[in-house]
Design a protein around this ligand. Structure first.
Ligand code: TYD
Ligand code: MG
Length: 452
């Protein structure tokens, strides 16, 4: 007979305890314990039922790499590592309103070769239909199921035997036999485990949508991320049009890949050339603007960094950075003071990465520092110059990764000169490039190049 019991579960790591704790003894997070009622079932469920497996020689096991199913979406396929793997569980996480449901429905509507089961546990069937209308699809082969009960979802999936099941979202479905409400640690964990088991048995791939909590992690226990095969983060600034799909865990591919989309009135459009979006060529040149050759995952980007330096009105100068780490900017300002002799102590400094992008690639340093100086001196940086280089504390320009790709991208976009770290010159095949490549060792050298 099943027995109900109250436990306290850490919402961060899933640690269970009989008493409430202020601080989780397992992961060390504060205030994460929530009370949950669990029904322990007879041990039969734990011992995975019948169908016990015997070991097999690895050499005799076939590999169904060809079993990848194309999603007919270049960006999504790229991030997955070449299409959906049969029987895999893909979790898409992201903030509310970023476009997770749109991406999932769009993918569902593009699938070929069978029906797709779209399970909506959040929205009504007509809401799903309205979204499909926006996407300009008649919804031919897609079945919609508005259901929160996991057992029925899996029964229906078994009956339809679709090429793909979408579950929107893992936080709103519930497994029978557990008394805790949807979205709790034990529900999320139980649902994900049962779906995983079902997917592996039937070879049907699942796309699961997960909400994100205030820290930017997928809500629910960390174990959710351990259960699924692939975790994709869907990010972007709601006020801007483009979105980045980033793979943070992938059992079947690299986690370096990113997909870039643009949110249009009729759905998410793949972006082949992101730099075009991020560079504003129609505004007149002005001081404080420079272009950095950065990388996002494995893709090169050219982004504009904009700085504004003005005399501080109040006693304490203001420093603000959008899309760039403020502490790093302060460090770069200190380097500027010390190495280039610029008095910035009485200046307000504002920095902005155009397009709302957040850049953590250290190669943007050189561009940041050049923009600040350009604004401070009110001297424009010539159009057609791109910059790449990390700036060290003594003002040295440190080498950056994937320099060829950065140069290639700048050249492709019609830039005429790129300033790169001297240490990146070794092994660089200069004959491959038509763009002028200027190596620099120190920030002073870069400034001489830019400002004469
Ligand atoms: P949605 O997919 O519902 O986000 P999520 O599931 O992550 O909460 O979409 C959110 C936003 O996208 C919504 O504000 C409207 C906008 N949108 C478009 O701009 N174009 C479209 O074609 C669609 C379907 C949505
Ligand atoms: Mg949604």
């Amino acid at each position: 007979m099943a027995k109900a019991k109250t436990v306290y579960v850490c919402s961060n790591c899933g640690y269970e305890s009989a008493r409430w704790n202020g601080r989780c003894p397992s992961c060390g997070e504060w205030n994460t314990f929530t009370e949950e009622t669990v029904v322990r079932q007879s041990p039969s469920r734990a011992s995975s039922g019948g169908g016990r497996q015997a070991p097999r020689p690895l050499g005799e096991i076939g590999c169904n790499e060809q079993g990848r199913i194309p999603t007919h979406d270049t960006e999504f396929d790229r991030v997955l590592g070449g299409g959906l793997v049969r029987g895999s569980l893909v979790l898409i996480g992201g903030e509310p309103g970023i476009g997770k449901s749109t991406l999932a429905l769009q993918t569902a509507l593009r699938m070929r070769g069978g029906t797709v089961l779209y399970v909506s546990a959040e929205e009504s069937a007509s809401q799903v239909k309205m979204r499909a209308n926006r996407l300009g699809a008649d919804g031919g082969d897609c079945l919609v199921l508005c259901e929160t009960a996991l057992d029925n979802i899996l029964d229906q999936a078994r009956a339809v035997s679709p090429v793909l099941v979408v579950v929107d979202s893992i936080q709103t479905i519930m497994a029978e036999g557990l008394e805790s409400s949807p979205g709790t640690v034990s529900q999320v964990r139980e649902c994900a485990t049962r779906i995983l088991k079902f997917a592996k048995e039937t070879d049907i791939p699942f796309i699961i949508i997960g909400h994100i909590n205030k820290d930017g992690n997928i809500a629910g226990p960390k174990v959710l991320e351990h259960i699924v095969d692939t975790v994709l983060q869907f990010e972007g600034d709601q006020h801007y049009f483009y979105r980045i799909l980033r793979s943070v865990k992938n059992r079947f591919g690299s986690t370096f890949e990113i997909g870039i989309y643009e949110m249009k009135a009729d759905g998410l459009q793949c972006v082949d050339n992101p730099s075009r979006l991020l560079l504003s060529d129609d505004v007149p040149p002005s001081s404080g603007i420079s272009v950095a050759a950065t990388m996002e995952g494995a893709r090169p980007f050219l982004v504009e960094t904009q700085a504004l330096v003005s005399s501080a009105v109040y006693g304490t100068p203001q420093r603000s950075a959008t899309g760039f780490d403020l502490r790093r900017m302060n460090m770069l300002l200190a380097v500027l003071e010390k190495r280039a002799g610029f008095k910035l102590a009485q200046k307000d400094v504002f920095l902005n990465i155009a397009g709302g992008l957040k850049v953590s690639d250290p190669a943007i340093d050189l561009s940041v520092i050049s923009s600040i100086l350009s604004s401070n001196m009110d001297v424009e940086i010539e159009r057609g110059i791109a910059l790449a280089g990390e700036v060290g504390l003594s003002g040295e320009i440190r080498p950056v990764n994937r320099i060829e790709q950065r140069i290639q991208e700048a050249q492709k976009l019609g830039f005429t000169q790129i300033i790169i770290p001297s240490n990146n010159m070794a092994g660089l095949d200069l004959k491959r490039f038509t763009i002028e490549i200027t190596p620099v060792r120190k920030v002073e050298e870069a400034f001489r190049q830019l400002f004469g």
